[in-house]
Design a protein around this ligand. Structure first.
Ligand SMILES: Cc1cc2nc3c(=O)[nH]c(=O)nc-3n(C[C@H](O)[C@H](O)[C@H](O)COP(=O)(O)OP(=O)(O)OC[C@H]3O[C@@H](n4cnc5c(N)ncnc54)[C@H](O)[C@@H]3O)c2cc1C
Length: 593
């Protein structure tokens, strides 16, 4: 199949700003440069609104008045967010600062204006410094009261929430915060960049290949190669080749849990299914924590444009959708704990305990397994040598940038492969799709096949399979076979290969609990898990262990779609309510042996 028209561009979103909040995809940090056009320029009035005296009065019951002397620092980057400061008198200034000590005053605010951004909803570390320019007074609304305000005062809450989101977008656009220094193609640098981008954390990247002056400027020219990528944190601390966990600690992002608090429900996984549970459970008054080892959005976060999710006729990027759901979950008071990995589930106990890889235990009455699936690795010799060095499992803007004007190869014929091909076609010179079957009809949605047909630089190779990869440090050549020839019959210079070849469930952490799975490892629920026990007939999403539920892609027999995951995330909450009511009434349920 050879396509004939130019790459399609994503259509304009009906709400470009909300899309931007989590879609840092669209906002690669550009060192020393302003974005050529920022939608924020036209939204300053929404970003920095001034509340009327009547509105200030409505906020009063949520906060307490504090005074600040001229020159006093209210908080610094990295301090736990104290909440929103609504200025009553005087003038306060917000300053963004990067790891190099550069300070960028953002705005001066006066009476009726407020200091806060998305992080204030959950007491996350502040991303800016704030100082009093004059003797001032402000109404300080702590995070839990700010959430209560957003829920109780719907119209005012909407204005405040919009400002918080716009401000985070603005901070990301400006690119303050930690500075990542390294070679632009270094796998660890790409991973750290992706981690910060997916978590909506402002940062800068200095590529020492394309910006050699930066080395001298940063005074790191004598550092050994093993020190890179280096991260200069906003407090000036330097991390050498850190992993995601070390970076998260340096930025104060490692989530805390209140000791001994027993949650009504802990959700493992903040993909569409887990976030839906968090929103519905928290909005219905349950005490809920959602834990994810990477970022909100799960696999959907890898989607450049989801076009089949109800209510978004022009499509929405997976990160934008996840960003909205994430903020919604925070608003209703869910404790979203990212990045934290769950290592084990201790389910034979009351309360059930969730063990984290750092050894901490989180007690809970019920558990929702929403840990989804991840892409399978292909059986190609030497594949591991090139993962992150030319072989990728995501097609995000970071990878797309690497492919710019080069050739890319994509393996797989499902919808995710189709979306990635459409997306990459607008960056790469050529995109070669390899599928094992006859074509795409049996595995891909019609709209994507039609879209691909319109792209002149996408080439479909059927009955094709990669047999070998070669390269010195970075992938340079791919050998593959097609039906017409024997193994290794085609050799193609190729620096970028994307693998989308089916998913395996994330269930390693369930080994410590007797949750039954199907032969492929997907978790059984309902009738199959309960072995036809009619007493549990209403618990269609419960696993073989009472109080442990499974939803979304990790569940055996689930429809692997965002809408299905979200639907199950909502539906499971009703079953949790029923289970908790039974617990309160003293009913005990035995696990199915
Ligand atoms: C590139 C791509 C494009 C797609 N496009 C579409 C589309 O257009 N339309 C559509 O309907 N569907 C699409 N899908 C499918 C859709 O994204 C999935 O069906 C959906 O994301 C499943 O949601 P989930 O919450 O069940 O699981 P996931 O999205 O897989 O989320 C699971 C989460 O659990 C976390 N996790 C796993 N193990 C642990 C652990 N031990 N501790 C802590 N956290 C853990 C993971 O980090 C992850 O964030 C696409 C998928 C991909 C990959």
């Amino acid at each position: 199949m050879e396509m004939t028209q130019g790459a399609s561009q994503p259509e304009a979103s009906p709400d470009p700003v909300a899309d931007q909040v989590a879609n840092q995809a669209a906002h690669e940090p550009v060192v020393g440069l302003e974005a050529p056009f920022s939608v924020l320029e036209t939204r300053k009035h929404q970003m920095f609104p001034t509340l009327t005296p009547a509105e200030i009065d409505r906020v009063r019951r949520f906060g307490t008045v504090a005074s600040f002397k001229a020159g006093e620092t209210l908080f610094c980057i990295g301090d736990p967010a104290p909440g929103m400061h609504l200025i009553l008198t005087g003038k306060l200034q917000i300053i963004q600062r990067d790891g190099l000590g550069n300070r960028f005053p953002i705005t001066d605010e006066g009476p009726g204006q407020f200091l806060a951004e998305v992080g204030q909803l959950s007491g996350k570390p502040a991303l800016v410094d704030a100082v009093a320019l004059e003797d001032s007074t402000a109404l300080v609304v702590p995070p839990e009261r700010l959430r209560a305000l957003l829920v109780a005062e719907a119209d005012l809450g909407e204005r405040i929430m919009r400002a918080l989101i716009l401000r985070r977008v603005g901070l990301i656009e400006r690119g303050g915060g930690p500075v990542l220094v390294g070679k632009g193609t270094q796998p660890l640098l790409l991973a750290l960049q992706a981690f910060l981008r997916r978590n909506g954390y402002p940062h800068k990247v200095v590529d020492i290949d394309t910006d050699p002056d930066a080395m001298a400027l940063l005074d790191v020219s004598n550092a050994p190669a093993s020190d890179f990528p280096m991260v200069i944190c906003p407090d000036g601390g330097i991390l050498r080749a850190p992993d995601e966990g070390q970076l998260a600690s340096c930025l104060g992002l490692v989530p805390e849990f209140t000791p001994d608090h027993v949650y009504d429900v802990v959700v493992v996984g903040a993909g569409p299914a887990g976030l839906a549970t968090a929103v519905y459970a928290a909005s219905e008054g349950l005490s809920v924590a959602v834990i994810d080892c990477r970022s909100p959005g799960g696999q959907a976060g890898a989607s450049a444009r989801i076009e089949n999710y109800l209510g978004f006729p022009t499509g929405i990027s997976g990160q934008a959708l996840a960003g909205r759901a994430f903020v919604q979950a925070l608003k209703f008071g869910a404790h979203v704990a990212i990045p934290l990995e769950v290592s084990a589930l201790h389910c034979g106990e009351n309360p059930i305990r969730i063990e984290l890889t750092d050894g901490r235990m989180v007690p809970t009455r019920t558990v929702v397994i929403a840990s989804g699936a991840q892409y399978r690795r292909a059986e190609i010799e030497s594949l591991d040598q090139y993962e992150g060095r030319g072989v990728y499992y995501w097609a995000s803007p970071v990878e797309a940038k690497l492919c710019k004007d080069e050739h890319a190869m994509l393996v797989g014929g499902g919808n995710s492969a189709g979306q990635a091909a459409v997306y990459l076609a607008s960056h790469a010179a050529e995109v070669h799709m390899l599928v094992r079957g006859e074509g795409l009809e049996a595995t891909m949605s019609r709209y994507l096949i039609d879209r691909l047909k319109g792209l002149p630089n996408v080439f479909l190779h059927t009955h094709a399979q990669i047999t070998a990869m070669e390269g010195d440090g970075w992938l340079s050549t791919v050998r593959y076979k097609e039906r017409s020839c024997g193994p290794d019959c085609i050799t193609r210079p190729m620096r970028h290969v994307f693998l989308f070849i089916g998913a395996a469930p994330n269930t390693e952490w369930l080994r410590s609990c007797n949750v039954t799975t199907d032969p492929k490892g997907f978790v059984l629920t309902g009738y199959e898990a309960h072995q036809s026990c009619t007493e549990r007939a209403d618990y269609t999403l419960e696993t073989s262990v009472p109080g442990v539920f499974a939803i979304g892609d990790v569940r055996s027999g689930s429809t692997k779609r965002v809408a299905a995951a979200v639907g199950e995330g909502a539906a499971v909450v009703a079953q949790i309510h029923r289970y908790l009511a039974g617990m309160q009434a003293g009913q005990t349920v035995q696990a199915v042996a």
